[in-house]
Design a protein around this ligand. Structure first.
Ligand SMILES: *Cc1c(COP(=O)(O)O)cnc(C)c1O
Length: 378
């Protein structure tokens, strides 16, 4: 049997041990230290001077802290893109808030600005006040239509959290994903574009906000000689050893993005002859996706012929990992009571889509092997 071809396997850069050894020699095996600061500076270099990144234990923790800083509390409504991973919305419920799900637009697969406005207007009508925040996602690395989303958000004075967990290295109109919202969120989980083994970052837009995030993520200790607390804190800070891995990984970010985009191009060229297969694609040259995962769609005719099932089972037999697209959150049992504003776009994509192996460590031969396996199903 061939070696398993994974969807998105962690890619070791080789430089990780050097950073870790230095940290251990200096006894920085603690949840703070020089490598956390250096990793944050590295992120700032990537994202821009006006960003203040705070390294955390997970992307999910970053969403949680963003919502806390935006004042989301018990009973507050928060709008969230439905077409995403559950971690985008879970922190709303940690705070006793109520998720309101909104559908995607067809070209970016991300939050529809039109449906967003419909949802806001209706929530104001139903509850008498506007939702407390909007969580928009850059799904599979594709930037959301941020200019229009910001216009709608500004019109109703609702802050935006950009969940760019999958989109480090992507950009929209020349600006990096993760920098658009009032807060941005990155993930360095093992399967993401770069990894710290597990980790995330909250992207703030002022030193004060970042300082507050550090405070909240390190148990919210007041400035006093004894342990004194005036607010509830969290243990969410990134460990120094994880930051060592992140520093090494960050040096290769550009190469990782280039490689994922190359793999995406290989799939497009390799599958061009199959009628009815299409791709999540940049809607215009304003969009630059890191193509974290290459995702394909099967046409109605292909679906009717059972092609999706045939591709999945052939890939399984060849030890190639594939995965359906994210199941929209408004269809998840746990979120069943949540209101949803949509036109079936995310559900339609979910029903006929598939994620293909896309990790930057895949060889050309492995990608060709996947392409040939898919072609063999036709
Ligand atoms: C991975 C992911 C998260 C969560 O990040 P963690 O670091 O795993 O907590 C949130 N949102 C999206 C869209 C993700 O893909």
């Amino acid at each position: 049997m061939e070696e398993k071809i994974h969807l998105s396997f962690p890619h070791i850069s080789g430089g990780e041990l050097k950073y870790i050894e230095r940290a251990i020699e200096g006894s920085w095996i603690v949840p703070l230290g020089p490598d956390v600061n250096a990793f944050e500076s590295g992120l700032k270099e990537v994202l821009g001077e006006e960003c203040f990144p705070v390294a955390l234990s997970a992307g999910t923790a970053a969403i949680h802290l963003a919502l806390i800083q935006l004042g989301v509390g018990y009973g507050d409504e928060v709008i969230c893109q439905s077409f995403t991973f559950a971690a985008s919305a879970n922190p709303i419920t940690y705070l006793g808030g109520k998720p309101i799900f909104v559908d995607s637009e067809l070209d970016s697969w991300n939050l529809s600005p039109e449906l967003l406005e419909i949802a806001i207007v209706d929530r104001i009508k139903v509850t008498g006040s506007a939702p407390k925040a909007i969580i928009v996602v850059d799904l599979y690395g594709m930037p959301a239509r941020m200019n229009k989303i910001k216009v709608v958000a500004d019109k109703y004075a609702i802050p935006v959290v950009e969940d760019a967990a999958e989109a480090l290295g992507s950009s929209y109109r020349g600006c990096m994903c993760g920098t658009f919202g009032d807060f941005g969120v990155l993930s360095f989980n093992g399967n993401k574009i770069i990894t710290t083994s597990g980790g995330g970052a909250l992207i703030c837009h002022s030193a004060d906000m970042a300082e507050r995030a550090v405070f909240l993520s390190t148990q919210a200790r007041d400035n006093a000689p004894h342990y004194q607390h005036s607010v509830i804190g969290y243990n969410y800070r990134m460990s120094n050893i994880a930051a060592c891995i992140g520093r090494a990984q960050l040096t290769e970010l550009d190469m990782r993005v280039i490689r994922r985009r190359e793999i995406n191009t290989m799939y497009r060229k390799g599958l061009i002859d199959i009628d009815g297969i299409s791709f999540q694609s940049e809607p215009s040259d304003e969009y630059y996706s890191n193509y974290w995962l290459t995702t394909i769609l099967f046409s109605k005719a292909l679906m009717a012929s059972g092609a999706l099932e045939r591709v999945v089972s052939r890939c399984d037999a060849m030890n190639i990992e594939t995965r359906p697209l994210w199941k929209p959150l408004h269809l998840q049992p746990v979120f069943e009571p949540a209101p949803f504003y949509g036109d079936g776009t995310a559900e339609g994509l979910f029903n006929c889509g598939l994620c293909l192996p896309s990790g930057a460590s895949l060889t050309d031969e492995q990608v060709e092997f996947v392409i040939n396996t898919i072609k063999g199903a036709f």
